[in-house]
Design a protein around this ligand. Structure first.
Ligand SMILES: [Zn+2]
Ligand SMILES: [Zn+2]
Length: 153
């Protein structure tokens, strides 16, 4: 198991998503573009509140309703992954199949989320997927528990 470093990087997902939204008939907009770029820079998922706060700190005022609308559009075209972290909180991140693809550890006490990758896990999922009566398009793994901080207190 490997922790994913929280370095900021752009992967071209924002451009891909912008094109896909346009060809799906959604109109362009500055707010949408700002949201796409923000998500593309993250190493893991953000909640709608965090997206709004991050945009505000960049002098971009975007309403919560607009954020949820863009999240819906992106889910509709299959470019967004939602991570349910409990207590009704949902986090969003680009759906990645190649580089950047990862899974999540969720602390049920403080809601902290940490990304991780594991080659053995991916191999096992591929092996299982090949045998399933399902054309597998994606998979997600969320492991729940207590984070180091919460377990120590
Ligand atoms: Zn993530
Ligand atoms: Zn915790």
């Amino acid at each position: 198991m490997q922790r994913v470093a929280s370095t900021s990087r752009r992967t071209g997902w924002a451009e891909e998503a912008a094109l896909a939204l346009t060809s799906a008939g959604y109109r362009r907009g500055g707010a949408r573009r700002a949201i796409l770029e923000l998500l593309d820079e993250q190493s893991c998922a953000l909640s709608a509140v965090e997206i709004q706060q991050a945009l505000t700190s960049r002098n971009r005022e975007v309403s919560r309703a607009s954020i949820y609308r863009v999240m819906e559009e992106l889910e509709e075209i299959g470019l967004l992954a939602r991570v349910e972290v409990g207590r009704g909180v949902v986090r969003y991140e680009p759906s990645r199949h190649g580089p950047g693809h990862h899974h999540h550890l969720v602390c049920d006490h403080c809601g902290r989320i940490s990304p991780f990758t594991d080659e053995g896990l991916e191999r096992a999922i591929r092996r299982v997927s090949d045998a399933l009566p399902l054309q597998v398009s994606e998979h997600e793994v969320v492991i729940h528990g207590s984070c180091e901080t919460c377990a120590a207190s």
